[in-house]
Design a protein around this ligand. Structure first.
Ligand SMILES: Cc1ncc(COP(=O)(O)O)c(C=O)c1O
Length: 405
């Protein structure tokens, strides 16, 4: 993909100077992000990255730590890999536990949300006729494990519909409550919907699951890192997330939380030899990547999860307000309040395909957004994270105005 000539040339002139607040046609805002964050990220010059929900950028201190560990590992792979670095890798479980508000024994390191979900689905040992209740908005990474059990184990999958304009937590809980059947063993739902960013009422749904004797499984791929998370306050039985999105960790890392009280109810093959990060049943892991995950958690802890969430939501509110005046698009995400998150989605009319607009935004303006899969809607999703600035939001809005005029 090539840079748009006008913008690239404009930014090229500025060279290594701070681009934020530089003004120019695509950058009306003068507010800059903190200087230390500028140098922490390795984005191409002039890139406005609003796609953390698919893959987050890893900051320089984390990359440095990964490379340091990798070099050390290769000096004597067996001695370090099964020695000091294996210990350091397992210590990441403690860091993850502190970050999510639980105990180390409740944490398993994985390679992704999808892997965590697969382990959970397999480890529940559901029987023919057992039911799983999910939503119609789940990402394949949180859904295909249940589809597999439908195909291979006689499990029945029920779906709660959550239309994009449903912005009512009580109504969502009510829909779940009405859809639970005597054989429902699992409630499986996202913390933040991948389609619209809707913040699901996890605490209420987890309480509902518990009251009906079901296990609550939360796909938190879009949540941890972008918003503050305390798994005990949420009350979920299982909480699954990726390192490589909002946690800004190396690609191919993830965290799985299994509530202590679950006991052996989730008992997958991979954990037969225990939850330590390396075991006979898990096999060798991505040692530098997982230690890098620990470094990312330290990085985010240093920034402050509450401050990060506040920053992300304030950018999202700025975007929400600005998009009200942009022609031809409609914001479908919830307004500011308990259901809002750092993800925001707008829909487009049928004559503006979202993948075409996505290409125009990137190729002409160097703004990266997501194309929401067409089974949900014709639109784009925007992610705002700690490295983004008001100028980034304003650049997107200016680009949209031009493309949709
Ligand atoms: C809600 C949700 N679940 C799961 C995934 C898959 O994540 P991973 O590729 O880390 O397994 C995504 C990715 O976008 C997602 O949005």
């Amino acid at each position: 993909m090539t840079a748009p000539p006008d913008r690239r040339a404009f930014l090229g002139v500025l060279g290594g100077l701070s681009l934020i607040g530089a003004g120019g046609p695509d950058r009306p805002s003068t507010r800059s992000r903190p200087a230390e964050l500028q140098s922490d990220f390795l984005f191409d010059d002039g890139l406005v990255y609003l796609q953390t929900g698919s893959l987050g950028p890893t900051p320089r201190p984390v990359i440095d730590r990964v490379m340091e560990v990798w070099r050390e590992l290769e000096r004597n792979p067996v001695s370090y890999g099964y020695g000091s670095l294996e210990t350091a890798q397992d210590d990441v479980r403690q860091t993850a536990a502190a970050f999510l508000g639980c105990g180390k024994d409740e944490i398993v390191l994985t390679s992704s949300t999808t892997e965590g979900m697969n382990w959970v689905a397999q480890g529940l040992h559901l029987k023919p006729g057992d039911r799983v209740l999910t939503t119609d908005q789940e990402h394949p990474g949180g859904r295909s494990c249940w589809d597999y059990l439908v195909r291979t184990a006689g499990v029945i999958l029920d779906e709660v519909r959550i239309p994009p304009d449903l912005h009512d937590a009580a109504e969502i809980v009510d829909r779940f409550s009405r859809a639970i059947k005597p054989d429902t063993r699992v409630l499986s739902f996202s913390h933040l919907l991948t389609s619209t960013g809707l913040r699901m009422p996890v605490a209420e749904l987890s309480a509902l699951a518990r009251a009906r004797g079901a296990v609550s499984v939360v796909d938190a791929a879009q949540a941890a890192g972008g918003i503050q998370v305390n798994v005990k306050a949420l009350g979920a039985d299982v909480y699954v997330t990726s390192g490589h999105k909002w946690l800004l960790a190396p690609k191919g890392t993830g965290i799985l939380y299994l509530r202590e009280g679950l006991g052996a109810r989730v008992d997958p093959i991979a954990l037969q030899a225990g939850r330590v990060s390396y075991s006979g049943s898990s096999g060798v892991r991505n040692i530098p990547g997982l230690i890098g995950l620990g470094a990312s958690l330290d990085y985010l802890t240093g920034k402050g999860p509450a401050a990060t969430e506040a920053h992300n939501l304030s950018l999202r509110s700025r975007l929400y307000a600005a998009l009200a005046d942009v022609p031809r698009l409609t914001v479908v995400s919830a307004p500011a309040g308990p259901l809002a998150s750092p993800l925001l989605t707008y829909t487009l009319p049928a004559d503006v395909p979202s993948d075409r607009l996505y290409r125009q935004l990137y190729e002409r303006h160097r703004v990266v957004v997501k194309v929401v899969p067409g089974q949900w809607l014709n639109g784009n999703r925007i992610s705002t994270h700690l490295f983004n600035s008001e100028a980034d939001v304003d650049a997107l809005v200016a680009a949209l105005r031009r493309e949709l005029a």
